[in-house]
Design a protein around this ligand. Structure first.
Ligand code: SAM
Length: 202
């Protein structure tokens, strides 16, 4: 892999830290990359591009190609610039739009991927699941980040009127993916928590 890509990853990470752009945490990223390598993942769909940090890291894996969705135009444009600077734009399909609508379109088009990295709006994971499952190839993987919701999931006392629906939706998402007849899931309480979920029958 080129030094250029690693140099841009460092720059994007520094920029994110200085500008409060939320990016994937280190151990979570390490596990995501490990899963992709172990399972020979070639096509990833990411929900939540931000400025491209996780995407650029995924693209350090040779032969991997990425479709990534971001609804904020400013971040979409910044990510575009970052993918170009890192000279990986030929392996990236960037889509600017609301993930719910984009997922519906991709599923209707019969698109297939090996892994979905779910890192967008935390209250929508369960709603997205139906289309995500359609988009995954047989034995495809869902890697869902931030399932602990900054600690809210395990601390009822911090749940307020404002975040109650998000917490309830996340609990429902986790209960669906922990249904062993349809999924084989493992929950990791590391950093902000993530779930790795293999689709068996859905
Ligand atoms: C945690 S950040 C993604 C971080 C990125 N994956 C990384 O590690 O570099 C979540 C992103 O999802 C985007 N987002 C939030 N709601 C969205 C939606 N409905 N559709 C698409 N993107 C959305 C946000 O604008 C934000 O940039």
């Amino acid at each position: 892999m080129t030094d250029k890509l690693f140099e841009i990853i460092k720059q994007v990470q520094n920029h994110a830290q200085q500008n409060y752009v939320p990016i994937v945490r280190p151990q979570t990223l390490q596990k995501l990359l490990e899963v992709c390598k172990e399972r020979g993942v070639e096509r990833v769909l990411e929900i939540g591009t931000a400025t491209g940090y996780s995407g650029l890291n995924l693209l350090t894996i040779p032969n991997l190609s990425l479709t990534t969705i971001e609804k904020e135009e400013g971040r979409f444009m910044q990510a575009k610039e970052n993918f170009a600077l890192a000279e990986v734009e030929s392996r990236v399909e960037q889509i600017c739009g609301d993930a719910g609508q984009v997922l519906q379109k991709l599923a209707d088009d019969g698109r297939k991927v090996d892994l979905v990295f779910l890192d967008g709006p935390k209250g929508q994971y369960k709603k997205y699941l139906q289309n995500i499952v359609k988009l995954l190839k047989k034995s495809g993987i869902i890697f869902a980040d931030n399932i602990l919701l900054g600690g809210l999931l395990n601390d009822e006392s911090r749940v307020t009127h404002k975040n109650r629906t998000m917490v309830r939706n996340m609990k429902e998402f986790l209960s669906v993916i922990c249904d062993e007849t349809c999924f084989e899931s493992k929950i990791y309480q590391i950093e902000d928590g993530f779930a790795i979920c293999e689709v068996k029958n859905f």
